[in-house]
Write a protein that binds this ligand. Structure first.
Ligand SMILES: Nc1ncnc2c1ncn2[C@@H]1O[C@H](COP(=O)(O)OP(=O)(O)OP(=O)(O)O)[C@@H](O)[C@H]1O
Ligand SMILES: [Mg+2]
Length: 157
């Protein structure tokens, strides 16, 4: 299914609605061009899970772990991975489908094909700040599209 947002704040609000639908072992695969909004969406999910404070980009470290309210979250950005082998050699696979929720930007760099996962594809819309968010659910038990349909109203955006 496809959703549309018209600002960064829209995407943050939308993403925070996804947070309670995710359980340990679930993965969110974020695909889209540079600047599409993958990190914004990841930040919204993290905030929705109760992560506070700065969220440094995982571009160079490849993964940054978080913990909030006893729940674990792993934020990946695999853009700089040289090849899929490096992902496994570095032990990065341990935290995908593991004891927390994993959010993965540029999953194609590790040829990641995991489930349960939400496969999210972000593309730019006609206006500068418009984004199209396509979600395909591959086995995430808590995913509830009905809870997303009214997301604008809930935050008064
Ligand atoms: N509707 C929108 N949703 C999300 N971000 C938006 C939107 N409109 C404008 N933006 C802007 O687009 C940019 C998205 O940047 P972001 O870092 O999230 O991209 P990214 O997909 O993670 O890119 P990268 O591949 O470089 O990591 C931000 O500058 C944000 O303010
Ligand atoms: Mg990013």
């Amino acid at each position: 299914m496809v959703f549309e947002t018209n600002s960064e704040n829209d995407t943050l609000a939308f993403a925070s609605r996804l947070a309670p639908m995710l359980a340990p072992g679930d993965t969110v695969l974020l695909t889209g061009d540079l600047g599409a909004g993958k990190s914004v969406l990841a930040r919204g999910i993290a905030r929705g899970m109760g992560v506070t404070g700065p969220m440094p980009s995982p571009t160079f470290t490849l993964m940054v772990p978080y913990e909030a309210g006893g729940r674990k979250l792993y934020h990946y950005d695999l853009y700089r991975l040289s090849d899929p082998d490096e992902y496994y050699a570095a032990g990065l696979d341990e935290f995908v489908g593991g004891d927390g929720v994993a959010l993965v930007e540029w999953p194609q760099m590790a040829e990641l094909d995991v489930a349960p996962a939400l496969n999210i594809t972000l593309t730019r819309g006609a206006e500068d700040d418009a984004r199209r968010i396509e979600i395909e659910n591959d086995g995430v038990a808590g995913f509830d599209p009905a809870a997303l349909s009214d997301w604008r109203d809930a935050d008064g955006v």
